[in-house]
Design a binder for this molecule. Structure first.
Ligand SMILES: *[C@@H]1O[C@H](CO)[C@@H](O)[C@H](O)[C@H]1NC(C)=O
Ligand SMILES: *[C@@H]1O[C@H](CO)[C@@H](O)[C@H](O)[C@H]1NC(C)=O
Length: 351
């Protein structure tokens, strides 16, 4: 091109010839771009079909399919661009949420009540404040205190899953028995101000309920991913009880002391697309906000061979999200709120 430009300026006589050549060049290049983007669309459409088959997705009509295809394509591009960033400590994948916009995803798969409330800000004594000699790593899964990954489905019941996982943990630590407990009972029967079933809630509100009524096992009160009528069976009830709950002071040192002793319910900001498509590695504090919108459970901590410290967090989006349903989130980040706000609303049941 530079040679052409040079001759364009030096040999004005041939100007029109070169101009014609130039136009030809532009036209042919553009049509090639058009053809290759058509090819890309064909490849992307095939990819969408395969993805639909793998995830059993069926759309109601071709308009819906077209709409979902465009969302899928944008998400695949987002995932690939992120995975191409050199040195990024985590990977994304076009997982089962790849045909949902981030707004749709957040609206249906989180459920932490955002309205700030007295309950959210309340504090209590912190029994682990004087704990010293913390192990350098902890994994409550290896200690048998964590049930298999669950799936909240299209229901804003994260708060129930977060509180239940912490309750399952302390119950196993105290009794030696790991019993899967009922999120659905909280969804149906917890009538606290900040417990609104699939419309969201707070973990502390769930602990209040479990403190007064106990909680059924999952086996006796199974999960439906929708609001339904409360039907606690007195005979089988409860499978677990707690004496109450406490809050963790909002800093990473306190959270470490707490997680060293039991699984802890935490609120996080899981709103971004990076979180939606996370598939493994250590998720960085720079890639999320701190506006709490999701409830999960911190079930351990550790550090990678290169020294990056992380929290091990149990999510409730099934096993095909993240590291078999878990996420490792950067720890000791030096900010007051921790990665994705993880220290802002941490609490745990007492058995
Ligand atoms: C921690 O230590 C301080 C000072 O000795 C004491 O006042 C406080 O009660 C202790 N906290 C707990 C939870 O044991
Ligand atoms: C379920 O309830 C029955 C009584 O209705 C009880 O015998 C059984 O132990 C309960 N199962 C679990 C797993 O809690």
């Amino acid at each position: 091109m530079q040679i052409i430009m040079a001759s364009l300026t030096s040999q004005l006589r041939q100007c029109t010839i070169f101009a014609a050549l130039f136009i030809l060049l532009v036209v042919s290049t553009t049509s090639q771009v058009g053809a290759s983007s058509d090819l890309q669309d064909v490849a992307m459409a095939e990819r969408h079909e395969k993805w639909m088959a793998r995830h059993g997705r069926v759309y109601k009509d071709s308009d819906e399919k077209e709409r979902r295809f465009h969302i899928f394509k944008a998400n695949v591009k987002f995932v690939e661009a992120s995975n191409n960033v050199k040195g990024r400590s985590y990977k994304l994948s076009a997982n089962q949420f790849a045909d949902l916009t981030n707004e749709e995803f957040v609206a249906t798969h989180t459920g932490y009540k955002r309205d700030s409330s007295e309950l959210r800000r309340s504090t209590t004594p912190f029994r682990y404040e004087n704990v010293t000699d913390l192990p350098s790593s902890m994994d409550w899964r290896q200690k048998g205190a964590v049930t298999p990954i669950k799936n909240q489905g299209d229901c804003g019941s994260c708060w129930a899953f977060s509180a239940v996982a912490a309750t399952e943990g302390i119950t196993q630590i105290k009794t030696g028995k790991l019993i899967s407990l009922s999120e659905q009972e909280l969804v149906d029967c917890d009538t606290g101000k900040y417990a609104q079933g699939c419309d969201g809630g707070l973990m502390k509100e769930a602990f209040e309920f479990i403190k007064t009524q106990g909680l059924a096992s999952n086996a006796n009160y199974t999960y439906k991913a929708e609001d339904s009528i409360c039907k606690t069976n007195a005979e089988s009830h409860p499978a677990a009880k707690i004496k109450g709950y406490e809050t963790v002071p909002p800093n990473e040192k306190a959270l470490l002391k707490a997680v060293a002793n039991q699984p802890i319910s935490v609120g996080i900001d899981a709103d971004g697309s990076a979180f939606q498509f996370y598939s493994g590695g250590v998720f960085k504090t720079s890639d999320c906000g701190t506006d709490l919108g999701h409830g999960v459970t911190a079930v351990g901590y550790g550090s990678t061979s290169d020294g990056t410290k992380y929290w091990i967090v149990k999510n409730s989006w099934g096993t095909s999200w993240g590291e078999k349903g878990y996420i490792r989130m950067e720890r000791d980040v030096g900010s007051a709120e921790g990665t994705c706000g993880i220290v802002k609303d941490a609490s745990y049941p007492i058995a």
